[in-house]
Design a protein around this ligand. Structure first.
Ligand code: MG
Ligand code: ZN
Length: 226
């Protein structure tokens, strides 16, 4: 009989040595509540859009702003390590944007958002989309003060994308399963991804999209309550 692979984890107490310490997470939470207050005061619906690089966050946002820009005043904040590729794509649709470069940071935090929104007149904005850095691990621990969090996963990321990110899906109101048109060639069952989401978070709304072709985008908008 073949031996089972050995499992190694941190010893008791060890993991905290390398995790962001409680002060950092606590301070982020405080700042996120300040952001939330500013959004609420100005009637801004702020939406944090998370997902891996290549999942289709920017494409989904492009298609979404095309459908909403006549009805609402929209602003997009884009988080990226170094480039402006994403906000440049959004800006083509005549939507105002700000790029937040995180340098080596692998997620946005409430402080970066506070700095960015201090440069915007929130009273003139209805909806603020925030495209987070392409990463599904640590954004879970860094709420930004948004009223909704969205995760975009693509069927091209394989069948275990949801199972392997248990924390982020627990914090999310809307999950977008994107690139549905490629599900068959990828041999990934989008319905089992949806089941995986509901095992973690029974209340999450799940929508199937092919954002590139505009499919499912209207339903996404409805799930956001817009
Ligand atoms: Mg992007
Ligand atoms: Zn990070």
């Amino acid at each position: 009989m073949r031996e089972k692979p050995k499992l190694i984890g941190p010893n008791k107490g060890e993991v905290f040595e390398i995790e962001p310490d409680k002060n950092l997470l606590g301070r982020n939470l405080e700042l996120s509540l300040e952001n939330k207050e500013k959004f609420d005061m100005n009637n801004v619906v702020a939406i944090d859009v998370m997902g891996s690089i290549g999942s289709g966050k920017t494409t989904l946002l492009e298609e979404t702003v095309k459908l909403l820009r006549e009805k609402y005043s929209i602003f997009v904040l884009g988080g990226d390590i170094t480039t402006t590729i994403d906000v440049d794509r959004i800006a083509r649709h005549n939507v105002p944007t700000i790029q937040i470069n995180t340098g080596r940071g692998c997620h946005l935090d409430a402080n970066l958002i506070q700095n960015a929104i201090s440069k915007i007149d929130l009273s003139k904005i209805d909806i603020l989309f925030i495209e987070n850095v392409g990463n599904l691990i640590c954004p879970a621990g860094f709420p930004l003060g948004t009223s909704k969090r969205v995760v975009v996963v693509s069927v091209t990321e394989g069948p275990y994308m949801v199972k392997k990110h248990p924390f982020i899906f627990g914090e999310t109101q809307v999950v977008v399963i994107n690139k549905l048109d490629l599900a068959e060639v990828m041999e990934v069952d989008p319905h089992s991804l949806k089941e995986d989401v509901h095992k973690i978070n029974p209340d999450a709304k799940v929508v199937f999209t092919s954002a590139k072709h505009g499919e499912g985008v209207q339903e996404f908008i409805e799930h956001l309550g817009l």
